[in-house]
Structure formats: C-alpha cells, structure tokens
Design a binder for this molecule. Structure first.
Ligand SMILES: [Zn+2]
Length: 61
C-alpha cells in the first residue's frame, strides 16, 4: 500500500495571520484558509462576528 499525499492544501504556506477576537479577546495564529473560515463562521470561542480588522498579517522573515 502506498499512501498518496495531495499537495493541494498548501498553496501559500507562509500566508499567516494573527487573529484576535475583539469580543472575547481570544488570540491565535491562522492561515489564509482558517482566516476565511473565521470571517464566514465567526469566532470559534464566543461566536462573535469576525471582520478583517481582527487579523494582522504576520511577516515571515
Ligand atoms: Zn471571540
């Protein structure tokens, strides 16, 4: 058996953001896909609406 791993999930691995919920104050790092999910579904901790101002782009040096 050979396990095939699809590379399609990592189109921009350095595209990371720091998320801080303006409602409950929860902070964690997210990637672009998670950022989009948070914008769509809201804060996973308190359920508050998340807007783009809750994210800070993390520069990868
Ligand atoms: Zn929250």
């Amino acid at each position: 058996m050979t396990t095939t791993r699809s590379p399609t999930m990592s189109e921009s691995p350095t595209d990371d953001y720091a998320f801080e919920c303006s409602d409950c104050g929860e902070e964690f790092e997210v990637n672009a896909g998670m950022r989009k999910a948070l914008l769509t579904h809201g804060c996973p901790v308190c359920g508050a609406t998340v807007d783009e101002e809750a994210f800070t782009s993390i520069a990868q040096s």
